[in-house]
Design a protein around this ligand. Sequence first.
Ligand code: PLP
Length: 421
Amino acid sequence: MTEKLALLGGPKAVMVDSANTFRWPIITEEDEAAVLEVLRSGDMSGTDVTKAFEEDFARYFDMPYCLGHCNGTAALLAAMYACGVGAGDEIICPSVTYWASALPCYSLGASVVFADCDPSTLNMDPGDIEHRITGRTKAIMVVHYCAHPSDMDAIMAIARKHGVKVIEDVSHAQGSLYKGTLTGTIGDVAAMSLMSQKSLVVGEGGMLVTRDRMLWERAVAFGHYGRHGELTDPGLIAGKGYPFGGVKHRMNQLASALGRVQLAHYQERIEAIQAAMNYFWDLLEGCPGVRAHRPAKDSGSTMGGWYAAKGLYRAEELGGLDIGRFCEAVTAEGSPTGPGANPPMHLHPLLNEYDIYGHGQPTRIAFATRDLRQPPGSLPVSERIGREVFSVPHFKHVHKDVIELHAAAFRKVAENAAQLR
Ligand SMILES: *Cc1c(COP(=O)(O)O)cnc(C)c1O
């Protein structure tokens, strides 16, 4: 159907105020009461509420050992330490992710080797991992990017073959299933952010989750000196009293209290998100130029809370229309969108030039026996992917009328792309 695009003066596709469809986190009086209770007790720096939150978490993930952290970055650092990542070691990590998946390794005297990503899942390409493993590789950092579960079968097989640990960064993917199993329960240890823009929200906070008591104890030893009484390993007990990492990772109990309430409602809320987002993409089935970023329907895999929901752009189906122009036109229709993913980390100066700690050479290679820096052109998909994905509305409720209008905005621009060329 030919319709004049709003960008060119036509009527807008979305003309309702849909703010309530998008609001997140959902905060009710129950959250307020839980936080107020801790506030009035004055025990923000205690651990009783945090331990209760850890127990709730252990139940949700069906994992025996959870450890609350002050943020996700701290939980990731602790997970790396727990896995034995230390001086001169390497981790393998996707380049297109938030920096905290990789950069904490620097403070352990370790470095990072990036693997390329898959243009459809946006996750680390399992075919680009194995040849990067060396005698110094200690861990593979898996990021379930924008809530899409990574190919864990392939990654675990590679890791087991080479005896390296797998850390899952679940910051985008709390509640995402990989073939019916929760992400964060498949690798050796998982760490995740629970900051207030993520799907599962406590404010500033993080969680580490594992089945391995020793990994948990190492994380306790590293950043939780106040809980060293929980250690059982003689080697760790020998150093107890001071945090091994010289860092303090304790969670603020205002956050743990909020987290307990948020987690109690989480499954129900993400199921609404999943129904809403899947409805949106079902409406766009067959629409030229755009593809859903989601696993196949019969795979048993899901998209958790659809954190930072994305679509995949196929310019060739729209006569080569620039993604920026496409997004501008959809935004003009009343459905704000823009191109982009996290910029590829391997091109940033901090991964190439900077000597952060005064080692006399770039930190990336300060302890390395070879130059493991990765120049422009070395990870081609990661370098171009920001021009192949765009944000999509992140519906929190199954408000079908609103979802239909937003889907119509994308379809209208795609089907009338000729007007923009
Ligand atoms: C947000 C995020 C983190 C860091 O968590 P903070 O709680 O902000 O410290 C780590 N990894 C990924 C992939 C993230 O998106």
